[in-house]
Design a binder for this molecule. Structure first.
Ligand code: DX5
Ligand code: ZN
Length: 225
């Protein structure tokens, strides 16, 4: 089983973004997670097309764009042109999720669907086979540096079983409050992709050591209890 670490640049120093992306890349990051927020779907504004385009110009790592916006269909084409490799859209608030998924595929991009802490797994049943990735939000979306919600672990376990049974190629990602003390809990529950912002970019150990610590935890074999 291979595990992927996806640093979230939401916690990066934007005045030094290029260097920080190079640092996580040299330390073995597998993809870059870009959080797009519109101040409407979530109560925060973050970044958009110019940042995606700039990041694209300085790294070959896959760019995973997490759309916390009210109308993802409206922006996907522009973000694809800017260099996004995959999109993650939310189940919540999307009345035409199947169409959104299709749009990403038409653009030749990978597609994931995110579910918030209050959303249960059965809502994904009808689109499951279309997905490259499912993202379990382990905090409520909108902000970095929040505390990991342990109540989301049972949902990861449930989704892992469903994925293994029906669509084994589908990745299972976690996002929010992932650090050295929570990453193993989510790995044991079945996650395969781990987004981390604060615990990498704001680590007192420095970015490289923080990456090494998380990577070492992912590579440690943990006996099932
Ligand atoms: C939250 C974002 C996350 C955020 C995670 O809405 O989707 O990607 O950057 O940040 P940390 O790792 O600080 O919880
Ligand atoms: Zn995110």
């Amino acid at each position: 089983m291979s595990f992927h670490l996806a640093p979230s640049i939401l916690a990066a120093d934007f005045a030094n973004l290029g260097n920080q992306i190079k640092t996580v890349s040299d330390a073995g990051a597998n993809r870059i997670h870009i959080d797009v927020m519109d101040g409407h779907f979530v109560p925060n504004i973050s970044m958009g097309e110019p940042v995606i385009r700039s990041v694209r110009s300085i790294t070959k790592l896959p760019l995973e764009v997490h759309l916390m916006i009210s109308n993802p269909d409206f922006f996907m084409e522009e973000f694809a042109r800017a260099g996004a490799d995959s999109f993650i859209v939310h189940y919540e608030g999307n009345n035409n999720l199947h169409r959104t998924i299709q749009k990403a595929k038409d653009l030749g991009k990978k597609i994931g669907v995110a579910v918030n802490p209050a959303t249960s797994t059965p809502v994904l049943e009808e689109v499951l086979l279309e997905l490259d990735l499912i993202l379990v939000m382990t905090v409520n979306p909108g902000f970095g540096s929040q505390h990991f919600l342990h109540s989301t672990l049972s949902k990861i376990v449930k989704l892992k079983k469903i994925i293994e049974q029906y669509t084994p190629h589908c990745e299972l990602e976690v996002d929010g409050g992932i650090d050295a003390s929570t990453i193993l809990l989510t790995k044991e529950a079945g996650a395969t992709v781990f987004v981390a912002g604060t615990s990498i970019f704001k680590s007192p150990l420095g970015i490289t050591k923080a990456m090494q610590e998380l990577t070492a935890l992912l590579n440690t074999s943990t006996p099932k209890s």
